[in-house]
Design a protein around this ligand. Structure first.
Ligand code: HEC
Length: 132
């Protein structure tokens, strides 16, 4: 056996140990990265408002007037009553829903409704899908 071989044999466990240490360090690094990149907990209820369907909003808020046509409200599914209103366009309908009209309370009484939710509710009542 030459001296060089002997030295190599002696060095081997050292190198192996160094590799293990590197792997361990890399593992730690990865774990740390993984922790850093975890998205923060969605801060409980209300922080991310989920979109309610037009039907859900309608049943809860708009139904009371628009099902029976209270005070001249265009009735749900009554295409004839809705046609002249739909003709005004999505933005005008959304505006009068938010501001209110004669006999129609502001926001249709859904004060925590988002605009897309109101638009969906109008779409549900009128039977005409409006752009969100
Ligand atoms: C208290 C009764 C009432 C409630 C509740 C109500 N509405 Fe109305 N709504 C009316 C009446 C009455 C009219 C007709 C107003 C008019 O023509 O002057 C109307 C008209 C509308 C119109 C037509 C607006 C236009 O520019 O022609 C839209 C759109 C509408 N409502 C959406 C909604 C939505 C969406 C909800 C629920 C989130 C809702 N309404 C809840 C009474 C109500």
């Amino acid at each position: 056996m030459t001296d060089a071989n002997r030295a190599g044999a002696r060095r081997f466990p050292l190198r192996f140990a160094a590799c293990r240490w590197l792997l361990w360090a890399a593992g730690l690094g990865l774990a740390a990265c993984a922790e850093d990149s975890t998205p923060p907990e969605a801060g409980g209820e209300g922080s991310v408002q989920s979109h309610r369907s037009g039907e859900a909003v309608y049943r809860r808020y708009c139904f009371s007037c628009h099902a029976a046509g209270v005070a001249g409200a265009p009735r749900t599914g009554d295409a004839e009553a809705w046609a002249p209103r739909i003709a005004k366009g999505r933005d005008a309908l959304l505006r009068s829903t938010i501001d209110g009209m004669v006999g129609m309370p502001a926001m249709g009484l859904c004060f925590d409704c988002s605009e897309p939710e109101l638009v969906d509710a109008i779409g549900h009542m009128s039977g005409t899908a409006l752009a969100p």
